[in-house]
Design a protein around this ligand. Structure first.
Ligand code: NAD
Length: 493
């Protein structure tokens, strides 16, 4: 599927609570980033609606057979859910593409199969982690028993609406919890279809719920609800801090936070095939128009390789095709919203005004309609103090700094605030490993950039890029709490 008619996609604008759609009040206008057209009004769940969703989830957690059925049975239902999601690609891909930045071809080929496979991956953990027998003194038997938390609040961002939500929901459900999800108010609809399919697959009503609304009203009420046992969040560092504060003030709930980044890509002059590296560096910042948490937004290149590498990146940028998410062949999708487009342009302008140069881009792209498009941009002549180097831009903007030796490369790569991911490109194995050790980031890619479909590798940030992990065994275990049991075997002996 590589195109669709946006005016023929209908959305259901509602909450999904206790296994059914619930109409709501309040009306946030939701726009299509590809052409600026408002296409729906979103209800905003206030504290009363959030309470209803959490109470339903709590009841389902306590009374349905989700936690009480054999874990293998839970796994079977989740596999069925994954199959239904894959089979629904013709409906889900346009729904995902309509209001987001995901070109429909990418949504169909990548986001939806990846969402389904992630659910399958976590289903396989359902009966693999139950706890363990401890090596206690011989006259006692000690155990740790893994138990679900209860109701988990999941709050997700707009950049990959289905995938990001599934990274939260799948491990939580596989571990036996109930979930109340609040998707981003900018991309709220595709997850509703996931919730419908969950019911069809046999997940009991109330175990997976969706409440719609903004962060200030709905997200905050969800985090503060006394029956929420844990919050798992993906979004900006600023919001992560607000969520931590809300959790601290309302019952010291544990949090998993996947936050912002400003990830470096280090290229050494010995890297094999610099032209290929240039294409890789370009893809790492232009993919999804830079709206990726792990976007490789800061290039550090060994001085002698800089001219050729910058030329190669500029050529790769020039080959991108800006377009609407429903147009065939789009490889440079829109920016999520007009305010975000303005923010990107403002940071670029101010960085240029402070002495940087644009080796590519540096301006908006005009297409038909009021879509929000920005040209992939290369900024040279920047310093660690430049705004474009310090701030997460969340757009297709790459800053370039040069270095002369390993120590300088490492010093430039370190960011005062973020530590989400990094890439190292070199033919020298020892140097690659020294860099890997020296870089303070949750993920380091060597001679590649970006994730594969290896769900087993966790993702998460150091420093202010986050707390805890999505993906991997770690994310499953983070949805369990461990009860210690000690039995005295001497009684009655
Ligand atoms: P955001 O922080 O603005 O919003 C994320 C979600 O939080 C939304 O659903 C929003 O409604 C909600 N929210 C906002 N204020 C809230 C509050 N006070 N209480 C509760 N919920 C609240 O982020 P965004 O603009 O949607 O996403 C972009 C950001 O997400 C970037 O910083 C990006 O780096 C980050 N991100 C990180 C990862 C990762 O894995 N580390 C992945 C994707 C995106």
């Amino acid at each position: 599927m590589d195109s669709f008619d946006p005016n023929r996609v209908s959305v259901r604008s509602a909450h999904f609570i206790g296994g059914q759609y619930v109409e709501g009040e309040g009306a946030l206008d939701v726009a299509r980033p590809s052409d600026g057209v408002f296409y729906a009004a979103l209800p905003v769940a206030d504290a009363a609606v959030v309470d209803r969703a959490v109470e339903d989830a709590w009841r389902a957690f306590k009374t349905s057979d989700w936690t009480r059925r054999a874990p293998r049975e839970r796994a079977r239902v989740m596999r069925r859910w994954a199959e239904l999601i894959e089979a629904d690609v013709a409906a889900l891909a346009p729904l995902e593409a309509l209001g987001s930045t995901r070109p429909v071809a990418d949504a169909a080929r990548w986001d939806i199969p990846f969402t389904a496979e992630g659910i399958r991956f976590y289903s396989e953990f359902a009966d693999r982690v139950g706890g363990e027998v401890a090596a206690t003194r011989p006259d006692h038997l000690g155990m740790t028993i893994a138990e679900p938390y209860g109701v988990i609040a999941a709050i997700s961002p707009w950049n990959f609406p289905l995938v990001m939500a599934s990274w939260k929901i799948a491990p939580a459900l596989a571990a036996g919890n109930a979930v109340v999800l609040k998707p981003s108010e900018l991309t709220p609809f595709s997850v509703l279809r996931l919730a419908e399919l969950a019911i069809e697959a046999g997940i009991p009503p109330g175990i997976f719920n969706v409440v719609q609304g903004d962060g200030r009203t709905t997200g905050d009420a969800l985090c503060r609800h006394p029956k929420i046992s844990k919050v798992t969040f993906t979004g900006s560092t600023q919001t992560g801090a607000a969520i931590m504060a809300a959790c601290a003030q309302s019952g010291t709930k544990p949090v998993t936070l996947e936050l912002g980044g400003k990830s470096p890509q280090l290229v050494f002059a010995d890297a094999p095939d610099l032209d290929r590296v240039a294409r890789r560096v370009a893809a790492a910042i232009a993919g999804n128009a830079g709206q990726v948490c792990v976007a490789g937004s800061r290039l550090m290149v060994e001085r002698s390789a800089a001219p050729r590498l910058i030329d190669g990146i500029a050529s790769a940028f020039a080959a991108l095709k800006p377009g609407k998410t429903w147009s065939p062949g789009t490889t440079l999708p829109p920016i999520i919203s007009a305010p975000q487009l303005q923010r990107i342009d403002g940071i670029v302008r101010r960085t240029l005004d402070s002495g940087a140069q644009a080796a590519a881009g540096g301006a908006r792209i005009e297409l038909d309609g009021d879509g929000a498009f920005y040209a992939p941009t290369i900024l040279t002549g920047v310093t660690p103090a430049s705004e474009a180097v310090r701030e997460e831009i969340f757009g297709p903007v790459l800053t370039v700094q040069t270095f002369d030796d390993d120590d300088e490369a490492l010093a430039l790569a370190a960011h005062e605030k973020y530590g989400l991911a990094a890439g190292v490109h070199t033919a020298d194995l020892s140097r690659a490993l020294r860099m890997m050790r020296g870089i303070e980031a949750g993920t380091v890619w060597i001679n590649r950039y970006g994730r594969t479909a290896d769900f087993v590798i966790p993702t998460g940030g150091y420093k202010q890029s986050g707390i805890g992990k999505d993906l991997g065994r770690q994310a499953f275990e983070a949805n369990l709490r461990f009860k210690s049991v000690l039995i005295d075997l001497t009684d009655g002996a």
